[in-house]
Design a protein around this ligand. Sequence first.
Ligand code: UDP
Ligand code: MN
Length: 333
Amino acid sequence: MALFPGRTVTVTLLSAMVLLLLTYNYITQNCRSHKQMKNELSHLESPDDLQYKQPSITNGRTDVVSLSPWLAPVVWEGTFEPLLLDSVFKLQNISMSATVFAVGKYTMFLKDFLETAEQHFFVGFSVHMYVFTDRPEDVPSVKMAPGRQLTVRAVPSSDRWQQISARRMEFIQTLVEEKLQEHDFIFCLDVDSKFHGRWGTESLGGLVAVLHPGYYRDDRSKFPYERRPESRAYIGPGEGDFYYCGGAFGGTLREVQRLAKTCRSNFEADAEEKVEAAWQEESHLNRYMWVNKPSKVLSPEYLWQDFKEKNPEIHIVRFSGVTKNYAAIRPNV
Ligand code: UDP
Ligand code: MN
C-alpha cells in the first residue's frame, strides 16, 4: 500500500463518495415514501379529531343478534362507530347512488323523501339520486348540498301498482349497467318513506338486505314467502333465513346488477306462465337473498313503519314508511 499512497487516497475518496451517494439516495427515497404515506393519510382526520370510544371486545349489544349464521354483520345502533367508519370510507372517496320510484300519485312523497335524505342519508359524501317518474314536472326542487345531485328519468305510467313495483328491477338493472364505472354503491328505496336518523357508511357492503319490520321476530313458517313451487320465487317449508324488505336493498353496482337481472328474469318467466309471486319483486328478492346470502344485513332501524309501535330493541328509527291511504294513492287496489 505504501508503494502507491496517492492511489490509496483516490480509492478511499471514491468509496466515500459512492457511500455518500447511496446514503443520500436511501434517505431521499425513504423521505419520499414517508411523504407519500402522509399524503394518503391526509384525508383522514388527524388523530386528535378522530376521537371515539375504545372498542370493547367483551361488551356489546346482547339483546339482538349482530352476526348472521353466515357471518354477515347485522347492523344495529350500538354495534358500530360512525366517525371511524366515515373516516375509512372518506379515504376511499366513494361515490354513492340511490334510486327511488315515484309513479302516479306517489310523486307526493318525493319532497319529504328528498329533503330528509339531505339531512340523514350519507351526509358529507358524494350522492347521486335517481328519481324514476312518469310525472317529471311534479318532481320538487330540493336544495342539495355540494357534491350531491339529482337526475330525473322518465318511466311509463301504469294502471296496476303490481306492474309499477315489478318493473323497478328492470329500470334498476338498466341504470346500474350504465353506471357501473361511475358509482361504487347503490341503494334502491321506496319513496313513501322518510329519513329520521343517520343512514350512512355502516350500511355499505357487497350485497345488502334490510330486515322487514313486520316479521323479524317471527318463526320463518309465518314469513309471507312465495309458497307455490310453480313460481321461481318459491321458498319451501323449513327454508329461508330472514324476511327482507322489498322497499330497501343495495350494495355494490355489480352485486345489485346481478340481483336485479335475476329477479327481473324470474319475474318475467313467471309472468309468461301467468304466475305472479305473492309479493311481486319482494318475493323474488327474498328468494335471491336466500340463495345468495347478503354480505350485510341491516336491522329494521333501516326500514320501520310509522304505524308500528317501537319495540325495545329499536333504539333509533333511521328510515320509516309513512302511513298511507292505499285506496287514495294507488291506481288499483
Ligand atoms: N310505486 C309508485 N307508484 C305506485 C305504486 C308504487 O311509484 O302507484 C313505487 C313507489 O316507489 C313505492 C314502491 O313502488 O314506494 C312500492 O309500493 P308501495 O310503497 O305502495 O308498497 P308498500 O311499501 O306499501 O308495500
Ligand atoms: Mn312502500
